[in-house]
Ligand binder design. Structure first.
Ligand SMILES: NC(=O)c1ccc[n+]([C@@H]2O[C@H](COP(=O)([O-])OP(=O)(O)OC[C@H]3O[C@@H](n4cnc5c(N)ncnc54)[C@H](O)[C@@H]3O)[C@@H](O)[C@H]2O)c1
Ligand SMILES: N[C@@H](CCC=O)C(=O)O
Length: 543
């Protein structure tokens, strides 16, 4: 048990490297990319600290050059999933009872290793395996990942310090126990930082995890697992089991020891898993805690008083960075008729400059989308718009999957505010514009609020302060992260705590104390310092 109180200073965000021409960081990253491109990794499961190779394998390829194999990975079957659960439960007692400051030290060691020794390797792995340009790789892994780790130790120290009041004669304490069971962490492809955090936030609070990484992020996720081990994370605390989600999910949700489910990914996958957990209710030792951050249909809403260049810049960065594969990406915009031509011209000028291609050419702003299924899905929305009388393609609209999964940044304009691509998440470089009558600002805000089931991010652009205030109120539940005169992406840990509600998730704000508390099972302890020795109330002595 802890025998001291430790105060952690508030960390600062990990500085983002620029990879400017001629810099040593650029040449180090380039060298690592060349080296990694020439290797083919063999990726095992890691259960109880041991590498396991099942022989049932799949390939990891570069999305921008899908003939290039980066790794072969081994898939878990039902037997290995059960082994991972057993290994986690075996590690539970020692890890959960370790003084929390020792756990924090492991987190900080992972952060330090990624900030220094493994920085370029992690970036190169994310660039090649998940098709991110150097800037997008840098802000995800290492920077956001390191921020998650460092800030979680700081916030954990605040959680543990929050203790109940004690009246004279009694002593009250709160013990923030780990959950009585393991946490299932099911992680997405698009943010390596999130993949790490879905394991490490619960681990910080003393929990053990069974981790199913995304099949399209296995390369970087395996590297993380190795760094966790090098940093001293004890065997069994996190167990890495790539494989088919439906197979793994079924075994995990049937386990009596499931204590929590930590998820980021699509709304439909989250709903599937929540239902599976619901079907097993009554079999669990405790009610599993469920935390999930899911999809979005994020808006950019423009008032006639907004500067057109600011809006165009937000559209290009907010909708197309990382090929629109951010849950926060702007994917519908409401633009007043008086501004549309100017905004469109600016967007057109920017798109003319933008280059698309391989991540190893640092001049490419756009790279590939993650895989063939995603490419086909995105193109189906674009083709639907091409064939619809209610929509036209303003920019882009083409895709090519012969070498890599490339989709041009695409702007659709529709006359139907409930058009399919105004409502549904596409998760690609596609934004749909609805041009509204300037006189209908207020009713168009109401339309924006009820158009999509999601509630993740959104922006209002205006100079008029009354207009901003109206949007702030009308769109109160439309976004868990609301931006004023800024793009709806790029939340920074500890600065803009991230998450949304409605169909976008449980909104437990990843990276902050709200999330960490979900991974605790609080025990309140009351001690009578001098126990009473008579049962009576004072008034019993009188008639
Ligand atoms: N709100 C947020 O903070 C946030 C952040 C990142 C991504 N996202 C969302 O994630 C989605 C994109 O990520 P993705 O494509 O990796 O999501 P996904 O739902 O396809 O996959 C997430 C994980 O679930 C697994 N999975 C899929 N089906 C499963 C099943 N039936 N049983 C068990 N596991 C299953 C996948 O293999 C993967 O590991 C988008 O919808 C995006 O908006 C949300
Ligand atoms: N936190 C990230 C999005 C994470 C989801 O993909 C952002 O704010 O852009």
């Amino acid at each position: 048990m802890d025998n001291a109180i430790f105060s952690f200073p508030k960390p600062i965000n990990e500085p983002v490297k620029a990879y400017a021409p001629g810099s040593s960081e650029k040449s180090s990253l380039k060298k690592t990319l060349t080296q990694l491109s020439s290797e083919e990794w063999d990726i095992p499961l890691v259960i109880g600290g041991k590498e396991i190779r099942t022989g049932n394998t799949g390939k990891v390829v570069m999305p921008h050059d899908h003939h290039h194999v980066l790794a072969t990975y081994h898939k878990a079957g039902e037997k290995e999933v059960q082994m991972a659960i057993d290994a986690a439960m075996k590690a539970h007692k020692d890890w959960s009872e370790l003084p929390w400051v020792e756990r924090a030290s492991v987190m900080l060691r992972v952060a330090e290793l990624l900030s220094t020794k493994y920085r370029y390797l992690l970036n190169a792995s994310v660039m090649l395996g998940q098709s991110k340009n150097p800037f997008q790789a840098e802000i995800d892994a290492p920077c956001e990942l390191i921020d998650f780790l460092r800030f979680s130790t700081f916030y954990a120290s605040q959680v543990y310090a929050d203790q109940p009041y004690s009246e004279t004669g009694i002593l009250n304490r709160m013990e923030y126990r780990a959950l009585e069971g393991f946490v299932f962490s099911l992680t997405p492809f698009n943010f390596t930082s999130i993949a790490s955090n879905l394991n490490m936030a619960p681990a910080m609070m003393g929990n053990v995890a069974v981790w199913k990484p995304s099949t399209t992020a296995i390369h970087s996720n395996y590297l993380l697992m190795k760094v966790f081990q090098e940093a001293g994370l004890p065997d069994g605390v996190v167990n890495f089991i790539p494989g088919q989600g439906s197979v793994i999910g079924k075994v995990v949700t049937a386990s009596r020891d499931l204590g929590g489910f930590h998820f980021t990914g699509s709304t439909s996958t989250f709903n599937t898993l929540w239902r599976q957990i619901g079907e097993n209710l009554g079999n669990y030792k405790s009610y599993p805690k469920i935390v999930g951050e899911t999809g979005g249909k994020n808006f950019i809403f423009v008032h006639p008083s907004a500067p057109a260049l600011d809006v165009a810049t937000a559209i290009v960065r907010g909708a197309f960075e990382y090929q629109g594969q951010k849950c926060s990406a702007g994917s519908r915009a409401y633009i007043p008729a008086s501004l549309w031509k100017e905004v469109k011209d600016y967007v057109g000028d920017m798109l003319k400059e933008i280059k698309m291609g391989d991540v190893q050419d640092f001049t490419n702003f756009i790279n590939a989308v993650i895989d063939e299924a995603s490419f086909d899905n995105i193109m189906s929305y674009i083709n639907y718009a091409k064939q619809s009388p209610d929509a036209e393609i303003v920019f882009g609209g083409n895709g090519d999957k012969s070498v890599g999964y490339f989709v041009e940044p695409t702007v659709i304009q529709t006359t139907d505010p409930m058009f399919k691509s105004m409502v549904e998440e596409i998760f690609g470089p596609v934004i749909t514009i609805y041009v509204y009558d300037d006189a209908k600002y207020e009713e168009t805000l109401e339309l924006c609020d009820r158009t999509s089931p999601y509630g993740l991010t959104g922006s209002i652009f205006a100079r008029d302060r009354y207009a901003i205030d109206m949007a702030f109120n009308k769109l109160r539940y439309a976004a868990g992260n609301f931006y004023i005169n800024d793009k709806p992406t790029g939340a920074v840990i500890a600065q803009q705590p991230f998450g949304g509600s409605r169909a976008s998730g449980t909104n437990d704000k990843a990276g902050g104390p709200l999330n960490l508390i979900r991974w605790t099972n609080a025990r309140c302890i009351k001690e009578a310092l001098v126990p009473p020795t008579s049962y009576g109330y004072p008034f019993l002595g009188e008639k």
